[in-house]
Design a protein around this ligand. Structure first.
Ligand SMILES: Nc1ncnc2c1ncn2[C@@H]1O[C@H](COP(=O)(O)OP(=O)(O)O)[C@@H](O)[C@H]1O
Ligand SMILES: [Mg+2]
Length: 454
């Protein structure tokens, strides 16, 4: 029998009988890969075609009172998942090599296996290597099963036999389905393996964590439909050379995607950092120019971080601009505002902006501290080291209100700062915490004068 193959877009999953250079559905170039669809008479296909016993239900009839969530044993991780892992959910954990995905998940296993059966499947390490890591992380419980396996059918069999509450598959790029005729890591293998595992999670109500590798560009390797398929996508970010790691949800069907979890990599594994502000500000220089502390909200938590900058005379006719941890376009916009509305001529200067500690700030409330940091670097004058600021900056140089002001002020005071520069429109009806002086300002130039001329 002739085996029929189809071509499938790695970005959106569009299928076509012939190869195409550009996907007609999503417009991606060179994204088609060939694969052999699962024949309709294989057992796994039969299972999926079987009539299921679900039926449409009234919304009033569905009972979700007892939605069960498994705590990962780490508050930082639970918060990112929206309060623990929901039973029957399918979670994808992405990150660069060495970020600590395997470590994190083995630690989660170590905590959950005290009360539940847990299966850790690894396609990357042998059971012996896993055991060595488990020893280092002090994980040693009879309910934790380690399994070095890459064949999905064998993994399903092990799940059938052990009926675990939690399964880790490390990683989706190394597992393969025997029924699909292409190499592990290819679009069709990833798609099919993930589908089979997801069906297993939903049917048996077990939680599956899937590890996914990321490409050089920082997105998950493999088809985009993998991300559409799963319930949650969390990224484990952080430089291998820095000890702080940040866990961030990119998609979550059971909670908000604003929350972050902060961890520190130690010899004994990942430790939670319940006080990220203190950690991010440790080692902050005293009395140095080009530094301003910002207060930004990461989900429901205010976090203080330092924004640093250097402004030097340009060596080439086109000035250099470099930005790390902050949106590049936003930084360019702020420099233009600073030039036009506060009269700081940056046109002939190279400017570099950096958020310390590996944090990436996306909130507009960091506009004002970024501007103050650049202005301080430009004038080579230090900002008062007891001062924190936040506020959105508009293009006319006006300062705009941000939300959660009270919470931010509390965190600023808790860390021990005494002064806060904030937009005037934020202070209406506000009571500052004891020991914190508020400096409301209306415009960027007012803020720059206040912070840099005294
Ligand atoms: N024996 C060890 N002692 C201390 N730290 C280690 C040891 N082995 C690995 N690590 C740390 O763990 C990190 C790798 O974690 P791992 O969970 O394997 O990452 P991933 O699975 O994301 O590739 C390394 O970057 C290193 O910091
Ligand atoms: Mg790993």
């Amino acid at each position: 029998m002739k085996v029929k193959t189809v071509f499938c877009c790695g970005e959106c999953g569009y299928e076509s009988p012939k190869w195409m250079g550009k996907c007609p559905q999503c417009g991606a170039w060179n994204s088609f890969a060939e694969f052999t669809p699962v024949a309709q008479d294989t057992p796994s296909a039969k299972r999926s075609l079987r009539r299921s016993d679900t039926r449409p239900e009234r919304v009033t009839e569905i009972d979700v009172e007892d939605e069960e969530r498994l705590s990962t044993g780490m508050e930082e991780f639970d918060r990112v998942l929206g309060g623990g892992a929901v039973s029957g959910s399918f979670v994808l954990v992405g990150g660069e090599p060495g970020a600590g995905k395997s470590t994190l998940l083995l630690q989660v296993c170590g905590s959950i296996c005290r009360e539940h059966t847990v299966l850790y499947v690894s396609g990357e390490e042998s059971a012996r290597q896993l055991k060595l890591r488990a020893n280092r992380l002090l994980v040693n419980e009879p309910n934790l099963y380690l399994y070095a396996q890459t064949r999905v059918e064998d993994i399903l069999e092990a799940i059938e036999k052990l009926s675990p509450e939690l399964v880790i598959v490390d990683s989706i790029q190394t597992v393969f389905c025997g029924s699909v005729d292409s190499a592990p890591g290819s679009v069709s293998q990833i798609r099919e393996s993930a589908q089979v595992l997801m069906r297993c999670a939903k049917e048996r109500g077990i939680t599956i964590f899937l590890v996914g590798h990321v490409t050089k560009e920082g997105t998950l390797a493999g088809p985009k439909i993998l991300e559409h398929m799963v319930d949650c996508v969390v990224y484990f970010e952080g430089d291998r050379h820095l000890s702080y790691r940040i866990l961030r949800a990119a998609k979550n069907r059971y909670g908000s995607t604003d929350e972050i979890g902060v961890f520190e990599m130690r010899d004994t594994g990942l430790c939670q950092v319940p006080n990220p502000s203190e950690a991010l500000l440790s080692g902050r220089p005293r009395g140095a120019s080009g530094s301003c502390v910002a207060c930004v909200m990461e989900g429901s938590r205010p976090i203080l971080a330092e924004i640093q900058s250097i402004v030097t005379t340009a060596t080439f006719s086109a000035p250099r601009r470099m930005v790390v941890g902050f949106d590049y376009n936003r930084a360019m916009l702020l420099m233009a505002v600073l030039e036009k509305r506060a009269g700081l001529l940056l046109g002939s200067c190279d400017a570099y902006l950096n958020v310390t500690g590996g944090l990436r700030i996306a909130e507009p409330a960091a506009d004002l501290p970024a501007i103050l940091s650049i202005a301080s670097g430009m004038r080579d004058r230090a900002i008062d080291e007891e001062l924190v600021s936040f506020g959105e900056v508009g293009l006319t140089g006006e300062l705009r209100a941000v939300n959660n002001v009270q919470q931010r002020l509390q965190e600023i005071r808790r860390i021990g700062f005494r002064k806060c520069v904030l937009p005037f429109s934020c202070v209406k009806g506000l009571s500052a915490p004891d020991g914190l002086e508020l400096y409301p300002v209306r415009t960027v130039s007012e803020a720059v004068e206040l912070c840099l001329t005294r």
